[in-house]
Design a protein around this ligand. Sequence first.
Ligand code: GDG
Length: 465
Amino acid sequence: MSRLVIVSNRVSVPEKAGAAPAGGLAVALQAALEEHGGIWMGWSGKSSGAKAPGPLDMRNHGKITYALTDLTKTDVEEYYHGFANRVLWPICHYRLDLAEYGRKEMAGYFRVNRFFAERLAPLLKEDDIIWVHDYHLIPLASELRQMGVKNKIGFFLHIPWPPADVLFAMPVHEQIMRGLSQYDLVGFQTDFDLDNFGGGLVREGIGERLEGGKFSTYGRTFKGGAYSIAIETQPFAEFARKAASNSMVRKARQSVEGRDLIIGVDRLDYSKGITQRIDAFETFVTLNPNYQNKVTYLQITPKSRSEVPEYEQMQRTVAEQAGRVNGALGTVDWVPIRYVNRSIARPLLAGLYRLAKIGLVTPLRDGMNLVAKEYVAAQDPDDPGVLVLSRFAGAARELTGALLVNPYDIEGTAHAIARGLTMSLDERKQRWEKMMDHLVKYDINRWCEDFLKDLTAEDVEETAG
Ligand code: GDG
């Protein structure tokens, strides 16, 4: 069996060999690496300052080798904060207004991709299967190909892919598209993203969509597909069931006694629709005064990317907004919104999902959204809560038992909250079972297997054209 080589911006290194990693994605990728044996390469998260980074930090854990590299301070600023998070992230989330193009940052992005390729190439064996993850590393295959690497290389994009009108406003869109064409398989979260990709190629006259899920552009033929990322459904359901008796969860339960809990969990990010969601909650309470003192909305929002100005600004906006709504609606014995601006432990998170009558997941645009899937998996089958889900999350294409909302329609979301809180047990069960059946069948292992099966299939082109 060929070795698997995974490359991602950050690497999840377990504390010790065999220890369980933190997230579902890390669990699945690690399981695939255990099976095939291989390497996981990426940025250590550390900066080497002004000096060039030292050699790769190689850590062997059984059949897996973690290969970590530091980056210079300039690399971090230009490649990571600059181009990846201030150009590609907003563009892929349809936010042209927030994209900050700078030639220095764009050059830094391509330079760091070349640097990754230079460090990776000497580690490769002839029949290794390479799997690159996410928007930070789109040009990696192109750099590897220029160094003569002929291995099968797959790419998976965790975030949305925008329509041509948005994408083509980005000055280096052509290099980005050309970069994707150097892979053998390009995976998107949904058919919708895949269609945006194919549609863009065709409409701009730079490529064709062929039979069998293939594309032809820039002199290469490669496969494209939709692979909806998922969670470890059954282990997570069991984890949440056990978490219910955890002391932190018990305390949380007592603190909301007599009130319905609504939960929102998101990294602090403008794509997640947090401000619109707080507005929707305020509208819900205003339109349904019988819920005063009968409902608590818990919003858990770990800080993220604070070095990027839009995120720093948002940090203040959300805190002020939650404070304003609490001031306007709250009473001496009721705080309507509990806003937690840091990360909480995973068992507490799982227990809170299970406690909540409503999971409120309303991103303005999201590749998939794993919180929606975790919320469903964590429910008590005898008394499940209701998922209120944005139609603009990739997950909405699968979780059809949710109450789907348009997050820009504040009153519509407020009505969905009211509908969820009054829904009959029969309807809740029916909706939940439909979603849970799907999540059990299409879990993270299936996602990983499906992608690797398609990447290693015979009809994928093996060499650069
Ligand atoms: C990107 C794409 C795509 C959150 N707060 C806490 C915490 N979390 C965990 C959640 C969940 C994960 O973080 C967030 O995943 P999402 O999928 O919701 O969102 P992104 O971070 O934006 O992820 C997204 C994903 O990649 C995978 O392809 O679905 O569309 O944007 O697992 O549980 N975990 C803990 N404490 C917290 O406070 N322990």
